[in-house]
Ligand binder design. Structure first.
Ligand code: SF4
Ligand code: SF4
Length: 436
């Protein structure tokens, strides 16, 4: 298959070597798990358990009647101790179910469809929702909705995102090495749901072992593995579609508009586990890394495990931590406390030192145009910086601000250290609130 590439992008040091070859370790579930009721794009969920109730591992504990919603399950067996507002990693506070783990690891009865080839699309989508599956890549879009594109969009290709273009992270990489069959089985289920034959897995060339692993299990399945030249943000949906298929998603449209559905490789594996094994999405592989970590690791942990426990497990040197980030350094969320839990969108936890964050005071824009050159969305980032200072939010909208994917390439390349991503995030929030 041909590789087409995409315009713009940057090449930050990938820092993946620290954890690339480390086999994923199972972390013992903590004594207390904290499960936020807001873990996907869309409506927060309503708890369906009560304080004092005993829950089993895998039992549904939250749901919603809203269209844009999915479900949440108990990651351990134990007793619900509290339901209260707590800080969580996506800004602000979320209603949180606190479960005291009884250590018995007792599963509830799991609904599954082993002979999924006989099942209808509706049955499969319903079970994917019931298993609480969301996009593993970080955005956490409910998967059953993404797999049900508008009827007027003719889908012909499933594109699997195995790019993992964010520096430091190896959670997708390890999954492709350690459980490639689950990914392939998930792809087969998705192809049946979409009623299509064509599936392509895009993987960046800095993961040669993952490419070899996926090629081996895809032999004879018709699923293609496409090596991608390493460049950030290759894993952006629109960039991946351009790089692999040479199709351009129009401004304001979704990939379905050009006949494509994009899913993360980890999401495909979660679909297999949900449908065939009946397991809801209650655990994640998390890369814990950064120079303030003595023993970087890839850990398999249950949702609700506090960040502090992951940091302890990997030997954090708190004196050295300049910035704690959930996710990668380019698009991740900076955290002001370790007292927040792993959620469905957590793929990495980075404890970065002063040297790694390389914070320098912003200077005046020198109009070099580098931010425009690297923008993969053909935007004019320096204008966002200028307009945000003047609080001209409407004007930011005129410059197609909402097309920005917040990849951070512009801020990364800026020689004047302009805080462009922050300006963009604030501008978007202001525009959204003005439209309400
Ligand atoms: S303007 Fe947005 S899309 Fe363009 S480089 Fe900056 S963050 Fe990325
Ligand atoms: S890269 Fe920085 S200095 Fe150069 S034009 Fe953009 S904002 Fe200005």
């Amino acid at each position: 298959m041909k590789f087409f590439g995409f315009k713009g992008g940057v090449h930050p040091p990938d820092n993946k070597a620290q954890t690339a070859k480390l086999v994923t370790e199972d972390m013992v579930s903590p004594k207390m798990v904290y499960v936020p009721m807001q873990q996907h794009i869309g409506a927060p969920l309503d708890p369906i358990v009560k304080i004092g109730e005993r829950v089993l591992k895998g039992q549904k504990i939250a749901d919603s009647k809203a269209f844009m919603s999915t479900t949440i399950h108990a990651p351990v067996s134990g007793v619900v101790k509290k339901i209260e507002k707590r800080v969580f990693p996506l800004m602000g506070q979320a209603n949180t179910v606190v479960i005291e783990n009884d250590g018995k690891d007792e599963w509830c009865e799991l609904e599954k469809i082993e002979n999924w080839k006989e099942a209808s699309t509706e049955e499969l989508l319903k079970l994917i929702r019931e298993k609480g599956i969301v996009g593993i890549g970080g955005a956490s879009f409910p998967t059953h909705i993404k797999l049900n594109p508008p009827k007027d969009c003719k889908i012909d290709t499933l594109l699997l995102n195995g790019a993992e273009c964010e520096p430091y992270l190896n959670s997708d990489n390890r999954l492709m090495l350690e459980d490639p069959k689950a990914i392939v089985e998930g792809i087969k289920i998705i192809k049946k749901i979409l009623g299509i034959d064509s599936a392509i897995i895009g993987i960046e060339e800095n993961k040669p072992e993952a490419i070899a692993s996926m090629k081996k299990v895809c032999e004879g399945t018709g699923i293609e593995v496409l090596p991608l030249h390493t460049k950030y943000p290759q894993g952006g949906e629109k960039q991946l579609i351009k790089a692999a298929l040479n199709r351009e998603v129009p401004s304001g449209k979704l990939p379905a508009a050009v006949g494509v559905v994009v899913q993360n490789t980890g999401t495909a594996a979660a679909i297999y586990r949900g449908i065939v094994l009946g397991q809801p999405l209650i655990e994640k592989i998390v890369t814990v890394s950064g120079k303030a970590i003595k023993e970087p690791k890839n850990l398999r942990v249950v949702i609700g495990t506090p960040f502090s426990e992951l940091l302890e497990k990997c030997g954090v040197d708190r004196e050295k931590v300049d910035k704690l980030v959930m996710g990668g350094p380019m698009m991740g969320m900076a955290q002001f406390t370790e007292d927040v839990p792993v959620i469905k969108g957590t793929g990495g936890l980075l404890a970065l030192t002063d040297e790694e964050t390389n914070y320098c005071k912003p200077q005046a824009c020198i109009s070099c145009g580098k931010c425009v050159d690297v923008c993969p969305m053909n935007l004019v980032p320096f204008m966002y910086g200028r307009l945000a200072i003047k609080e001209e939010w409407d004007n930011m909208g005129q410059y197609n601000l909402m097309d920005c994917i917040e990849c951070g390439s512009c801020a990364y390349i800026c020689p004047a250290n302009r805080p462009l991503t922050e300006a963009i995030k604030i501008g978007k929030a202001k525009l959204r609130s003005m439209k309400k």
